[in-house]
Every structure is written in C-alpha cells, then in structure tokens.
Design a protein around this ligand. Structure first.
Ligand code: PMM
Length: 288
C-alpha cells in the first residue's frame, strides 16, 4: 500500500488524495494565536466558510483555549460557543471537526453534524469521551497530552522525546481501542507545543516516520506555535508575533505532507493549501 493511500483512509470521512488541510476556527476570546477574532456565531461560521473557499478540506471548531495556563471554560459556555457554529458549517456541507475535551460537547456536536472529534487530551480529560465517540461511530483524534499545564514544566521532561511520545501515544491508542473506537477511525497527533519545548517539537517533526509507524493516519498541528517563533527569532532572540508565522507554518505543512501526514491543522489556509498540493505533485513525480 502506498504512503498516499494509507493516509487518506479515515473511516467516516472523505478520502483525499493528498495531505488534507484542516482550517481552524477558535470561538474563544483568548486562544493562543487568533483568540477573540471569531467570538460570535455569525463571524465564526463566515470565517469557516472563507477557510473552505481558501482550500480547507475540513474545519476544526473549538470553544476552549488550550493555551498553557488558560482557565477552563464551563461546559454550558463551551456548548454555547461551539454548537451553533458546528451546525451552521455542517448545514453548508462543510466537513466539521470539533476540538473539545468534553464528552457532552463532542456528543452534541456530532448530533449537530460534526464528522470528527479532536480531543487534545486523547480521551484523558473526560472519562465519558471515548464511550460517546465509540457509540456514535465517529473518528477520533488522539493527541499526545501529559495533562493540564498549571505552570507544570516538569511534565515536559523527556530522555528521548520521540520514543516517549510514540510509546505514550501507543498506550492511548490501546485505551481508545479498548473503549470501542474502531482502528480505522483513529488519527494520532504528536501534540506539538503541549508539554514540549522547541527542541522537542523539532525532534518530533524530524521523525514523523516514527509516529506513522503507529499505523494510524497522522495529524500535525504546528500552526503559529511557539517553536516557530523561536526558529524565526531575530538576533536579539525576539520571536515574531503569532500572526507573522504563517509562511513558516506553510513550510511545516509541506514538510509534514512530504513525510506522509494525513492532515495539517492551520489558521491560515491559503499557503498551506498550496504547500500540500506541491507536496502531492512531487510525490506524483516519484510514482511515475
Ligand atoms: N493545538 C491546539 C489546539 N488544538 N488539536 C490537535 N489535534 N493538535 C494540536 O496540536 C492542537 C489542537 C492549540 O493551538 P491554537 O489554540 O492556536 O488553535
């Protein structure tokens, strides 16, 4: 089986013949890089549709910031933010992913038309998450996560980050399988920036083959993250602001697509849509 056909298979989702582009809509006042911009239903739906026009294959809707140290929103507020946006986009035919750690939000999003559940805790934050997703027969993103970061840098200590992330993800995948989610519906994600510093993130990006070795489609979410700020820092060490990291993000999209990622999750879609098409064309040339 070729790299391409393996990554395009997530049961319950369309099959793309290249790395898919997941556009981000954060319906939050405080997200890491675009907080506050799409914080009402109409603006958020409009933004999601614009991302599709720019080339997003699916749109990831989230109502809770995962920024280190962010306070959690309560359940009612997360539902209020997310459900109308999921419904609005799904009713327009958009393939919607819901970015949530709460089973109730996942369940109601699936009922409102979401096609995929993206849980940055990989099912750890809410014990009801895996049963809900299994029962719905929905695909599930299992991200590498070491818990809520309450200033807890200690959770980001690794001897060998690639091996540890792979082993910990494998354990989560086993738990998810034991909970009844079928293997063809599981996507894995290294969780760049979550309990990881710049060197950790770069080491993981250098060895996506090891993550692909888990045997599941791979999602890579590097968009505008801190490690890109560090890579792009000026001679004084000052990183560019998050919104000036989109060209670097597109570069990571090309690298990830070239290594066989199933999808990349980005805030600015246009450049990444081009990047994954270039990666596909290069791959096509190799197949000739
Ligand atoms: N990162 C963020 C939010 N959701 N989902 C997955 N699967 N993987 C990630 O790395 C990830 C995510 C944080 O980024 P944002 O707040 O800037 O969107």
């Amino acid at each position: 089986m070729s790299k391409q056909s393996r990554r395009s298979q997530v049961a319950g989702l369309p099959a793309w013949d290249r790395c898919a582009v997941m556009g981000v809509v954060n319906v939050t006042p405080d997200s890491f890089s675009d907080g506050g911009r799409w914080f009402d239903t109409t603006a958020a739906v409009k933004h999601g549709l614009a991302l599709v026009t720019e080339g997003a294959d699916l749109v990831d809707v989230g109502g809770e910031s995962t920024r280190p140290g962010a306070t959690r929103v309560d359940e009612a507020e997360e539902l209020r933010r997310v459900i109308p946006v999921v419904r609005g986009l799904a009713s327009e035919g958009v393939v919607v992913s819901v970015d949530t750690m709460r089973a109730s939000v996942a369940e109601q999003s699936l009922a409102a038309g979401a096609a995929l559940v993206n849980d940055v805790s990989g099912g750890l934050a809410d014990p009801a998450m895996i049963p809900v997703v299994a029962e719905a027969g929905a695909p599930f993103v299992v991200m590498h996560w070491r818990g809520f970061l309450q200033g807890g840098k200690v959770k980001g200590v690794y001897e060998d980050v690639v091996s540890e992330v792979v082993d910990e993800l494998r354990a989560r995948v086993e738990a998810v399988l034991a909970g009844g989610i079928t293997p063809d519906r599981i996507v894995v994600d290294p969780g760049l920036g979550f309990s990881k510093d710049t060197d950790h993130d770069l080491a993981l990006l250098a060895r996506l083959d090891r993550l692909l070795g888990l045997g599941h489609p791979l999602l890579v979410a590097a968009s505008r993250k801190r490690f890109l700020g560090r890579v792009l820092a000026d001679t004084e060490g000052a990183p560019p602001p998050a919104r000036e990291r989109d060209a670097a993000t597109a570069a990571v999209s090309a690298l990830a697509a070239h290594q066989g990622a199933w999808a990349v999750r980005v805030h600015e879609v246009r450049a990444t849509a081009d990047a994954v098409r270039v990666a596909r064309a290069v791959e096509g040339a190799r197949e000739l």
